[in-house]
Design a protein around this ligand. Structure first.
Ligand SMILES: [Zn+2]
Length: 99
């Protein structure tokens, strides 16, 4: 049986588990696509990459800049995340004094 840990509070998730799938990707303006992008021989590029991998033993994927995050939350943290997705800091909230 797989045991999940809440990515926010760090406690083991025993009952309801919630998942947030977040993708952060650079946005390209479609108008910025050059004719080179459209005519590039991608199969040839992949073949070249495989050749390089076989000769050097190293394989480098081109960095696309897209990052995918899969976060697991316990029920209370899921509620907290939905209320304030950009304020994820765990622990007690900062209290502002009135004076
Ligand atoms: Zn939690």
């Amino acid at each position: 049986m797989i045991h999940y840990t809440c990515d926010l509070c760090g406690c083991p998730i025993s009952s309801e588990r919630y998942e947030a799938k977040i993708e952060v990707a650079p946005v390209h303006d479609p108008d910025d696509i050059s004719s080179d992008d459209l005519t590039a021989d991608h199969l040839q590029l992949i073949a070249d990459e495989i050749d390089a991998m076989e000769s050097t033993g190293e394989f480098e994927l081109e960095e696309t800049g897209t990052k995918k995050l899969n976060l697991d939350f316990c029920e209370s943290c899921a509620q907290r995340f939905l209320r304030s997705p950009l304020n994820l800091s765990p622990g007690p909230r900062v209290k502002f004094s009135n004076n």
